[in-house]
Design a protein around this ligand. Structure first.
Ligand code: TYD
Length: 134
């Protein structure tokens, strides 16, 4: 699957730690958008969509959450529980985020600006679009 769980390069010194993200540094794409998810209610699921164009990098800045994702064939599940780990997902991957800890702050970086039109919000439509590309 076009995904990767990465250990981020950390700049640490006597003052503490800093992680930088830009294309080629901890991230395979040029970042055009950032958003973060916090205050997520118990049992809530976020995401539940695929994107025709956007790639994403997920980093749990604080707390933890689980990300389940699928390319239509394989399905994977990853626990994000450290600000030094990042999950990269290519475009056209179905993703769902859940099991957020109460203090979780999930940073999401994207290769594209927000365009509601490139979101596929039905799993059936996603599978159909995948089939059509084969
Ligand atoms: P939504 O896509 O449901 O979030 P998630 O994928 O995390 O579950 O988005 C929630 C709301 O925020 C929706 O009204 C669209 C808006 N939104 C933006 O305006 N820009 C963005 O970059 C994102 C991700 C969402």
């Amino acid at each position: 699957m076009n995904s990767r769980l990465m250990d981020l390069r950390v700049n640490g010194d006597e003052r503490g730690k800093l992680v930088a993200v830009e294309k080629g540094v901890n991230c395979p794409f040029e970042v055009k958008r950032a958003f973060y998810i916090f205050g997520t209610k118990d049992k809530a699921r976020r995401g539940c969509h695929a994107n025709r164009k956007s790639q994403f990098l997920f980093i749990a800045l604080k707390g933890s959450c689980r990300v389940e994702f699928s390319d239509g064939n394989a399905e994977e599940s990853v626990l994000l529980d450290s600000p030094t780990k990042a999950l990269w997902l290519d475009k056209m991957i179905w993703k769902e985020m859940f099991d957020f800890s109460e203090d979780a702050v999930l940073l999401v970086l994207s290769s594209e600006k927000y365009d509601a039109g490139e979101y596929i919000r039905s799993r059936e439509e996603f599978l159909k679009a995948k089939e059509a590309k084969k």
